[in-house]
Design a protein around this ligand. Structure first.
Ligand SMILES: Cc1cc2nc3c(=O)[nH]c(=O)nc-3n(C[C@H](O)[C@H](O)[C@H](O)COP(=O)(O)OP(=O)(O)OC[C@H]3O[C@@H](n4cnc5c(N)ncnc54)[C@H](O)[C@@H]3O)c2cc1C
Length: 311
């Protein structure tokens, strides 16, 4: 007999919600995460667009709140990173660093991590001026000028959080315009603390001992310039955390897990939810919705339904 009915890998909004719905359906459920509850949303100051919180909810509050619901519903939480998944005798063997756990069904909700720029000296200054989290590192730059690299929602939100902390920003965006929510674009464009440079890339991080600038290139004129910034917040996309699945399942071109609308993968009893699945909307609420769907589908799979919708 398997250790659990359902094992969920990843404790972000998708995994937490999957564990909540799995446990509430009476399934013996285990949630695994190497860091604890929260996921990527921990990096957000105030989440303003999660339904039910008209005043917004701090990113670091949302995860623990859902985790409390998971525990109340009888779900277990274990610290551990999944390093492999194996199909054995009709069950899933979930391999973590400390041990192996068997389950009737597995839900992968391991999300994504920040993509790096891949430019000279980025690694050298990582965590010492180069950051991917305004909420965590922004307070160190109060009244200083930093660069935010990127032009999507994450970059715009980083800028808004930095502004809230009293940090001045110059947004360096390779595209001709932003590609994020209109609300965020309007707010950033109206801010006296924010300068915008579209069609510009960062070529090099500069500094001796501490970061004191970046070399940028204007893609329209090819002109190169030095910006005297004290920090660089990089938000140029995400990489799905699916390396451990490379030999388990076919991933899409981005490295995400293809699923149907029930979050069902091509393998029996294996589901994926949130930012880690193909074509995710990459928002906390859509990740949570995916998690709920995956848990319902996993529950019906274990109950022997031919398909989730046939239950
Ligand atoms: C700067 C920033 C600001 C954002 N602001 C907002 C916002 O205001 N509103 C909004 O709706 N969305 C926002 N988002 C997007 C939102 O954070 C994500 O869409 C959401 O967190 C995705 O949830 P998830 O559960 O799929 O993945 P994640 O939240 O990324 O969680 C994945 C979890 O899996 C764990 N994990 C990774 N590898 C393993 C492994 N091998 N084994 C076990 N566990 C593993 C990680 O530790 C992590 O806890 C923001 C994102 C960023 C980067």
């Amino acid at each position: 007999m398997a250790d659990y009915d359902i094992v969920v890998a990843g404790g972000g909004p998708a995994g937490l919600t999957a564990a909540l719905f799995a446990a509430r359906q009476g399934r013996n459920t285990c949630l695994l995460d190497p860091l604890g509850a929260g996921g990527s949303i921990l990096n957000t100051g105030l989440v303003e667009d999660f339904p039910g919180f008209p005043e917004g909810v701090p990113g670091f509050d949302l995860g623990p709140r859902i985790q409390e619901q998971v525990a109340d519903a009888g779900g277990s939480f274990e610290v551990g990173a999944v390093v492999d998944l194996k199909r054995r005798d009709g069950e899933w063997l979930v391999v973590t660093e400390p041990r192996q756990i068997s389950a009737g069904a597995a839900i992968v909700a391991t999300g994504s991590r920040a993509r790096k720029l891949g430019i000279p000296r980025e690694e050298e200054f990582e965590g010492r001026g180069v950051s991917h989290c305004a909420t965590c590192d922004g307070p160190f730059f109060r009244d200083k000028l930093v660069a935010v690299v990127g032009g999507g929602d994450s970059a715009l939100l980083e800028t808004i959080e930095l502004e809230r902390l009293g940090v001045r920003s110059v947004i360096v965006n390779a595209r001709e315009s932003f590609c994020g929510q209109e609300t965020y674009i309007r707010r950033v464009s109206a801010s006296a603390l924010v300068e915008v440079r579209h069609q510009t890339t960062v070529e090099e991080i500069l500094g001796k001992g501490h970061l004191d600038g970046i070399r940028v290139r204007d893609l329209a004129t090819e002109a190169s310039a030095v910006l005297d910034v004290s920090g660089v917040f990089v938000q140029v996309g995400r990489i799905p955390n699916t390396e451990f699945l490379a030999d388990v399942i076919d991933l899409d071109e981005q490295g995400c897990i293809p699923t149907d609308i029930w979050m069902t993968s091509e393998l029996p009893g294996l589901f994926a939810a949130g930012d880690v699945r193909s074509n995710s909307a990459a928002q906390a609420i859509t990740a949570a919705g995916d998690g709920a769907t995956a848990a319902v589908a996993a529950h019906r799979y274990l109950a022997g339904s031919a398909s989730p919708s046939a239950a």
